[in-house]
Each structure stands twice: as structure tokens, then as C-alpha cells.
Design a protein around this ligand. Structure first.
Ligand SMILES: N[C@@H](CCC(=O)N[C@@H](CS)C(=O)NCC(=O)O)C(=O)O
Length: 385
């Protein structure tokens, strides 16, 4: 059992204080007339041993991965507090039974499965664009899994850390077909609705400035307000992530009357976020996503995972993923079957994509950039070894 860091530091401090006290006593005794008694001072063996022991403990404790405060808190609470969208079909939205579904909701479930051994132990906290980061900073949520774009300022100045990319997206525009638009540039002088606190709001301003085009921004705090303004004709177009437009278009009264313009005017890599400074929790979230992507690459699915566990799976990569070889759970403070729990709960990345966003869903979004790297996409996970 390694020494906890605090104990080591405490021993260290006590040793130093003891040593200072002893040398002070020796010096004052010397001043009080024992000088010249020719009695050689005995080396303080106990003090030296205590000091060396403390140095050893402190260095070995520091070399250890600190245990995750978030993991500890989640396990003690028995539930994962997961920040999600207020309702975005395909990403995170309650279904008619009130159950949260979507690729982001799946990620919450995957984390709960890995750390609590139960994908149902999730408390979903719906957050709008503006609230999401403060909810994570304040500790109200343990994980933000809500169509959030990874940008440098968000990753480096908010005390937060992105763990990977669940969906490679881009800012796009939706307008009425009757306007007969061919490209975004045809939106010169148009009123464009968007939501405050989003990258899309900033991207919109950049794009029109770069192309020296005028436009009138109409900005709201809540998505429902954006949609209402668009429906009422207060704005000519809406801009947000392309996947969101695909999802929101289906909620309009006559989806066929609206079109999504073909250009993507920005990079919007959407991914889960954790607080900075809890390295183990960050690794847990990151490697859960990597395990889902690696599982797709290796052909491990929700259906065959248990069969692969009992059969003598010959592929060492599969065996490592399933915890049959190596001790990969140790480094993230979880049992060795952490990835098995994830795959049983939500399946691999491709399965989650297809069920929520792809061909198995109403959205029917092609894999495109979100295909695995061998299939010409960007989804690529470092290996488990
Ligand atoms: N990916 C973008 C946009 C994310 C975003 O919040 N989009 C808005 C729509 S423009 C949304 O999901 N709104 C729903 C809500 O606030 O619950 C970002 O991270 O800033």
C-alpha cells in the first residue's frame, strides 16, 4: 500500500522540525559551557533515518498518479452528474418515455457503466450554451457531454479540459427553400439568428467580416427562441452546427420547405469536457471514448462482446481491450473489465453513431468525416497497449 502524499509530507515536516530542535538544543548546550568538554557529539542516527525515510515516502508518493477526486466523489455518490443539451435529437434529448438518448447521452452512460458498473446511474442535467461551463467549473456536474466545440480558449482558460472528439462538425446555415439561395454568400444583408455563448455566433461574425458582407445578427439565449424567431420570419436564416440543423429541421412544421446550405464555414469538433487538474478522471473519460472507437475498428460490438470474452479470442488487441491481457484498468483506477462494461452498455462508437445519428436514426447522417480513419474518416484512437 503506497503512502498517501499527506502522510509523507507530515513525516517530512516532523523530521525537519525535530532536526532543527535538536540542533538548537545542541548549540545552546554548547554555549552554556559544555564547550571544550571534548565529548564528541553522537551522530543523530534516529533523526537521519527518519529524514531519509520521509524523503523516500514523499518522492514515491509524488511519483504516483494521484487518485481522482471526481472518481471518488462519483463512486461515493453512486451517480454520475452529466451535463447535457436541453434537448437535441441525436445528441441528448429525452424520448417519449423520458429516457435520455443520443450519442452524448450514450457517453454519459458509458462513463457510468465504467465507473459505477451501471449505465443507468446517471443524473442528466440539461444545460444551455451559456450555463454549461460554469456548471462544470462549480462542480455541479462531473462531465459535460453536450455538443461542445473544442477550442483553444475553452481548453486552456476556463480550468477545463476536452477529452476527445465525439463528432466532427462545422457551422452551417438553414434557410427557406423559397429564397432560392445557392451559397452562404447569398445571405448578404440578411438577418441571421443564432444562440449566444456558442462558437457559431463568433464564426458567423468572422465569416461575414472576412468576406466583406453585411448581415444583421439576431441573438438569443435559448434555442427555442432562435427557432421561434426563424419560424415567425424574424430572421432569414439560422446558423449553428450542421448536425444540429439536420436535427432541428425535422422539428419544423414542414421540413421540406427548408434547406441546409452545403458549405461548412468552420471546424466544430464536438467532444466531452471535464475539469482541469484531475488527471485520472480526464484519462478515464478519454480512454472510454478511445475504447469505443478501437472496439469498432476491432469488430467488437455490444452483441459479440460477451461471446468474445468466453471464447479464447486470439487477437491480442481484442484481449487487451477486454481486459483479458494486461492491466490497463489499473492506470485509470478501474477494474480490468472497464471497457467490457462500456461496450455492454452502449456498444462501440459506430453502433452509437448509427443508432443515434446515422442510418439507424431519423437523422440518417452519413458517417462522412466521422468514419474510422481506415474508411477515409477522421476517427482514430491511440492503441491500448
Ligand atoms: N458547438 C457549438 C454550439 C453548441 C450549442 O450550444 N448549440 C446551441 C444551438 S446554436 C444548442 O445546442 N442549444 C440548445 C440549448 O441551449 O440547450 C458550441 O460549442 O458553442
Amino acid at each position: 500500500m503506497p503512502f498517501p502524499r499527506c502522510d509523507a509530507i507530515w513525516i517530512f515536516v516532523r523530521a525537519i522540525v525535530g532536526w532543527i530542535k535538536r540542533s538548537a538544543t545542541q548549540q545552546s548546550t554548547a554555549r552554556l559551557g559544555h564547550v571544550g568538554s571534548h565529548k564528541r557529539a553522537r551522530p543523530n542516527l534516529r533523526g537521519v533515518a527518519q529524514f531519509l525515510f520521509a524523503v523516500f515516502c514523499a518522492t514515491s508518493a509524488m511519483a504516483q498518479q494521484p487518485a481522482s477526486r471526481t472518481l471518488e466523489a462519483v463512486q461515493k455518490r453512486g451517480v454520475l452528474n452529466c451535463g447535457v443539451n436541453t434537448g437535441l435529437a441525436g445528441f441528448s434529448a429525452p424520448n417519449d418515455k423520458g429516457e435520455w438518448t443520443g450519442i452524448d447521452a450514450d457517453f454519459c452512460r458509458a462513463v457510468a457503466a465504467a465507473v459505477l458498473n451501471d449505465p443507468a446511474k446517471v443524473k442528466y442535467l440539461p444545460l444551455n450554451a451559456k450555463e454549461r461551463f460554469t456548471a462544470l467549473q462549480s462542480g455541479e456536474i462531473d462531465l459535460l457531454s453536450r455538443n461542445t466545440t473544442w477550442t483553444m480558449s475553452r481548453d486552456t482558460s476556463l480550468g477545463l479540459a476536452f477529452v476527445g472528439v465525439v463528432y466532427y462538425d462545422g457551422s452551417a446555415f438553414m434557410a427557406r427553400k423559397s429564397l432560392g439561395l445557392k451559397s452562404v454568400k447569398d445571405l448578404a444583408n440578411a438577418s441571421i439568428c443564432t444562440q449566444t455563448g456558442t462558437t457559431n455566433e463568433l464564426v458567423l461574425a468572422d465569416y461575414f467580416a472576412t468576406n466583406k458582407l453585411a448581415f444583421k445578427p439576431v441573438v438569443f439565449e435559448r434555442l427555442v427562441e432562435v427557432l421561434a424567431a426563424y419560424n415567425s420570419g424574424r430572421c432569414d436564416a439560422i446558423t449553428t452546427d450542421s448536425s444540429q440543423l439536420i436535427s432541428e429541421r425535422l422539428r419544423l412544421q414542414n421540413p421540406d420547405e427548408h434547406e441546409i446550405l452545403p458549405e461548412l464555414i468552420s471546424k466544430e469538433p464536438l467532444g466531452p469536457v471535464v475539469r482541469q487538474g484531475d488527471q485520472q478522471w480526464e484519462s478515464i473519460a478519454r480512454w472510454i471514448l478511445f475504447a469505443m472507437i478501437n472496439a469498432e475498428e476491432l469488430g467488437v460490438t455490444q452483441k459479440n462482446v460477451d461471446e468474445l470474452l468466453t471464447s479464447t479470442a486470439p487477437n491480442p488487441e481484442v484481449r487487451r481491450l477486454l481486459g483479458l491481457e494486461g492491466e490497463f484498468g489499473k492506470g485509470i483506477g478501474l477494474p480490468n473489465d472497464w471497457a467490457v462494461r462500456v461496450l455492454r452498455a452502449v456498444g462501440n462508437y459506430g453502433e452509437s453513431f448509427d443508432r443515434n445519428l446515422g442510418t439507424g436514426s431519423r437523422l440518417a447522417i452519413p458517417r462522412g468525416r466521422n468514419a474510422l480513419w481506415q474508411n477515409g474518416g477522421l476517427q482514430y484512437a491511440p492503441p491500448i497497449r
